[in-house]
Design a protein around this ligand. Structure first.
Ligand code: FAD
Length: 303
């Protein structure tokens, strides 16, 4: 059985994991209501920050902005805006960054982005745009040195990277350009992450490499999506969802247990910060955080 007891052993063991949450901007009013219910449920867990994604090709630019601004206005959360180089000139991207800065945003997750013609096709940068993610990081830091920049990292290597060394060269370039933290692509086998961390540290890259954790509440759909981005879905994980296609309740319980176990094992290895891909749902992430010992702030203060 998966051990999900919060660790207390070891004099240097941190007491509780630190967390952040990722959301995507809603498309409809119903999705908007759902997102805000989710935010209200998760905010008391006191995340370090919450991030909002930027749709492929900048398709959600306004919705990402609106969600971030509403977070600033209505919550105490520290929002981080995702931004990609795709389909926009430097001037346009600089304007987006300036708008965020004017609104009070001080954290951007800077990405190259997927090719406009789809994952698996060659990436063609906008002729007047930022050509690479390190260029985007440098551009943001040059304009606003007080914006903290997070970037991506790929424990299983980005599918376009020639090899791990080339992939880590890009991470190094992003760090040299001013990135303060990397958040990983989702992974399910902790060995990928731990080996990747060894490779990164062997290159003297010292920024936090925060594991990206995705509870698989809709296993089949999620598997299709993540395998396209180069993430391995191990057989043992698929087997846990065997026979549950028409049993959403059990799937949820399994997904929460598996993700809590994954985090717990990493925590025991000394990893103390986690980024949750919430898919705009509160229930699984709330449960996982609870299993890890994290309680809503008001409950803690009242205790
Ligand atoms: P980079 O880190 O710049 O590059 C990844 C690897 O590919 C590097 O090894 C690099 O050397 C190599 N590479 C890059 N370009 C080339 C090339 N032309 N030829 C050969 N090798 C190349 N996407 C969105 O659209 N919106 C989001 O909000 C979003 N958020 C994300 C958040 C996280 C934490 C992660 C991990 C990914 C996110 N993505 C998002 C997906 C991301 O845009 C894609 O994975 C994209 O393909 C790579 O962008 P990057 O910044 O990670 O790439």
């Amino acid at each position: 059985m998966t051990d999900v007891t919060p660790p207390t052993d070891g004099p240097r063991a941190p007491k509780l994991p630190k967390i952040s949450f990722e959301f995507f901007p809603p498309k409809t009013e119903e999705m908007e209501r759902n997102l805000w219910d989710t935010i209200k449920r998760l905010a008391p867990l006191d995340p370090n920050f919450v991030s909002v994604t930027y749709g492929a090709g900048g398709s959600t630019r306004e919705r990402t902005h609106a969600t971030i601004v509403r977070m600033l206005r209505e919550t105490d959360l520290l929002p981080a805006a995702h931004l990609t180089c795709v389909g926009a000139s430097r001037t346009e991207i600089d304007e987006v960054v300036d708008r965020y800065h004017d609104a009070g945003v001080r954290h951007v997750v800077a990405l190259r982005g997927d090719p406009a013609s789809g994952i698996g096709t060659p990436f063609v940068a906008h002729p007047d745009g930022y050509q690479t993610s390190p260029e985007l990081v440098a551009g943001i830091k040059k304009r606003h040195g007080d914006i903290e920049v997070s970037v991506s990292a790929y424990p299983e290597k980005h599918p376009e990277a020639r090899d791990f060394d080339a992939d880590i060269d890009t991470l190094q370039a992003k760090v040299d350009a001013g990135a303060a933290r990397a958040i990983t692509q989702v992974f399910f086998d902790n060995e990928f992450y731990l080996r990747y961390l060894d490779r990164v540290r062997a290159r003297n890259i010292e920024i936090p490499i925060v594991p990206g954790i995705m509870p698989m509440h809709n296993f089949k759909q999620a598997r299709n999506f993540v395998t396209r981005t180069g993430t391995t879905v191990p057989d043992w994980l698929a087997q846990k969802f065997d026979g549950l296609d028409n049993d959403a309740d059990t799937r949820k319980l399994v997904a929460a247990t598996v993700a809590a176990g994954q985090v717990q094992k990493l925590f025991k290895h000394g990893v103390d910060t986690f980024h949750f891909y919430t898919m705009n749902r509160a229930d699984l992430v709330f449960t996982i955080c609870h299993l890890l010992g994290i309680r809503p702030k008001a409950t803690q203060e009242a205790a």
